[in-house]
Design a protein around this ligand. Structure first.
Ligand SMILES: Nc1ncnc2c1ncn2[C@@H]1O[C@H](COP(=O)(O)OP(=O)(O)OP(=O)(O)O)[C@@H](O)[C@H]1O
Ligand SMILES: [Mg+2]
Length: 634
């Protein structure tokens, strides 16, 4: 079916986009920094473990020994800096309580040990926990912004490159919400949370459990069991949370599209007195979002409550187990404190992991939305393999072209040959397919049947953007950007000087109104050129194409908003400027089509007549009906 160098759009991918497939390639260049950040995060986690167990040393190595009668000085070596070296394994004989095994110490020794403990505690918390954590935070935040920038840039480029079919299905508001609304935000939140807390939480968990195992393996197993149950519950809640986030993001995308539409169409809202209706529609949609948001937060909170409930039950079990082990002289009072403190403190990393899991649901939903757009192929793809250079000029040919925007056929076996340099007018009733013909010439769409060619080369072998550089197009509804008149004109030729711009504007009969604008070419126009009249917008669009000076022109009702005198002036200027080049005029005005070389008459997606004005006006047919019925306005 495909010709050499012509590609069909790839079938929609089966694999769902994931954080790994979409975000990781963007993060790869910064992997060294990410690793450094993770190491710093791990050190931070180790500092937390030390913080959690410090009270044990205070009790077992300082308070309990200092409480012993007939305190005798310990050998200097055992009164070491951390006190850790002096901890003897508790005796397991019922007659000898464990703490006594450490031996008594003097008040002075107790103070000296306390001082060391405080110094080490402060050093580890301030340097490792705070400074190191902040450095890690800086690194991760910097990487996050680079990745977000890369993702936004990739998304924007891709969306701009995608075909009009895609844009017909996705509103600008919806696409905007992908980049600056919940989907990307959720990805950023997940990344920030996991990078900041993940490595630390894992290290805290591992080190705490390893140390606790040395104190009492039985209690450690109980501790571990509660964590495993917690993890299993998190796994279940992850799926539920993701579904909620997906529904929320979809509702947000839909509403963004509607809001953008209503704000852009503010003039129409006023003209048709739709204010109340628009507000009611908006409120109904906003209510849907509000309910989704409520549902999302309540369900997330229920999942969270389950975790909290588990914590209380586990704590009660642990207290009972501690009593049992202490009474059996398996552990010291310091161990009990350390176990209970560690259990409470371990809730922080467990919470971090739980929040990470919740955010993961949102992030995955967001990345699926973003990734699906990124994986979307254009329906007018650039050729792969053998790409033909765009011919500088040449004949335009339609060979048995059939086309539909969606299901309904719009062009029905159209064949046409336009020799280079010819001036051709397309006329016909509204909806006949005239604008569609021009969109196919520009490769804004590819036909479903037959093909188009420029100088004999199938358009599908040409890069769409390169092809369009050869065309100067004044569309039926020219778009004016919200910037200065000068920038609006330079769209066609960024390097144009003010003199060139003025010349083009004079030919398009636009200079007369531009020169009296407050700042001339530097005057800013409103959104969509709202501060200009319809005819002024059209003249700016005509000046644009004259500035670009390409070999092909398409004027789609380019002068429909102008008075007949201005139209006549522009028509004459065009005739002077377009000599020797191909020009397509789509028009409902007799004046526009009278002087062209040839008129193509269209009806219901077919060419029904084709010939010079003098011939068509003589023979019976649609053209004569259009002229006589004044449907081609004089
Ligand atoms: N983007 C689109 N998606 C779906 N259908 C479309 C789209 N654009 C146009 N159509 C349909 O295609 C048909 C031909 O439209 P086209 O714009 O080519 O008509 P036209 O001859 O230029 O009419 P007019 O003289 O009113 O500008 C119409 O029935 C229209 O509804
Ligand atoms: Mg049209």
């Amino acid at each position: 079916m495909s010709e050499p160098g012509v590609v069909d759009p790839p079938p929609p991918g089966t694999a769902k986009p994931t954080m790994t497939s979409v975000v990781w390639p963007l993060m790869r260049p910064y992997r060294g920094w990410v690793l450094t950040g993770m190491i710093l995060g791990g050190l931070h986690g180790a500092a937390i473990t030390f913080q959690n167990i410090a009270p044990k040393y205070l009790i077992d190595d300082i308070l309990v020994p200092s409480d012993q009668p007939a305190a005798a000085a310990l050998p200097a070596a055992s009164a070491s800096a951390t006190g850790a070296t002096t901890i003897a394994k508790p005796s397991t004989t019922p007659a000898a309580p464990s703490a006594v095994a450490v031996g008594p110490i003097t008040r002075q020794q107790a103070w000296s040990r306390t001082l060391w403990l405080c110094v080490i505690y402060l050093a580890s918390t301030i340097i490792l926990r705070m400074v190191v954590w902040h450095l890690g935070y800086r690194i991760f935040t910097w990487v996050r912004e680079r990745v977000v920038l890369a993702l936004r840039a990739q998304f924007f480029r891709h969306v701009n490159h995608l075909c009009l079919r895609f844009h017909g299905q996705h509103s600008s508001g919806e696409l905007f919400s992908y980049l600056f609304g919940t989907p990307l935000n959720q990805v950023m939140q997940f990344y920030q949370h996991t990078s900041m807390h993940g490595p630390g939480a894992v290290i805290t968990l591992i080190t705490t459990l390893a140390i606790a195992a040395r104190w009492d393996p039985v209690l450690t197993l109980i501790l571990l069991a509660t964590l495993v149950i917690s993890a299993v519950m998190m796994g279940y809640s992850r799926g539920r949370v993701k579904t909620i986030y997906e529904a929320y993001q979809k509702a947000e995308g839909d509403l963004s599209g509607q809001v953008a539409d209503l704000l852009r169409g503010n003039r129409a809202v006023k003209l048709y007195v739709m204010e109340n209706h628009a507000a009611t529609t908006f409120e109904a949609e906003a209510l849907k979002i509000g309910l989704k948001s409520y549902e999302r937060d309540i369900k997330s909170h229920i999942e969270w409550m389950k975790q909290e409930g588990l914590f209380y039950v586990s704590f009660a079990i642990l207290m009972a187990a501690c009593t049992w082990r202490y009474m059996d002289h398996r552990i010291t009072a310091g161990d009990v404190t350390a176990f209970l403190l560690s259990f409470i403190a371990l809730q922080a990393p467990v919470n971090f992991i739980y929040t990470g899991v919740t955010l993961w649901g949102g992030a995955q939903a967001g990345i699926e939305r973003i990734g699906t757009v990124l994986a979307q192929a254009s329906s007018t793809p650039d050729p792969v393999g053998e790409e033909a250079p765009v011919p500088p000029a040449g004949d335009l040919t339609f060979v048995d072209v059939t086309f539909a925007y969606e299901q309904q056929p719009i062009l029905d076996h159209v064949s046409l040959h336009i020799p280079y340099g010819q001036k051709v007018a397309f006329v016909g009733p509204s909806g006949a397919g005239k604008t569609t013909i021009s969109q196919l010439m520009l490769r804004l769409y590819d036909p479903q049947g037959g093909h188009l060619a420029l100088a004999g080369t199938d358009l599908r072998r040409l890069r769409g953007a390169e092809l369009r550089k050869r065309f100067g197009v004044v569309p039926q509804d020219p778009f004016i950007f919200r910037t200065t008149v000068r920038d609006n004109l330079r769209v066609a030729k960024p390097s144009a000087s003010d003199e060139e711009i003025q010349r083009a504007c004079e030919q398009a009969n636009a200079w007369e109104f531009i020169k009296i604008l407050p700042l001339g070419l530097g005057t800013r126009v409103g959104e969509g050129g709202s501060s200009l009249s319809g005819g002024q917008r059209q003249r700016i669009a005509i000046a644009r194409v004259l500035l670009a000076n390409p070999p092909f022109f398409i004027f789609d009702e380019a002068t429909s908003a102008l008075d007949t005198l201005s139209e006549d002036l522009i028509q004459k200027a065009l005739e002077r400027n377009l000599a020797g080049r191909t020009a397509i005029f789509i028009a409902h005005r007799l004046a526009t089509v009278k002087n062209v070389d040839r008129i193509v008459v269209m009806a219901s997606g077919r060419i029904v007549q084709d010939g010079p004005y003098a011939t068509l006006v003589q023979e019976p047919g649609l053209f004569r009906e259009l002229v006589e019925g004044q449907r081609l306005r004089g």
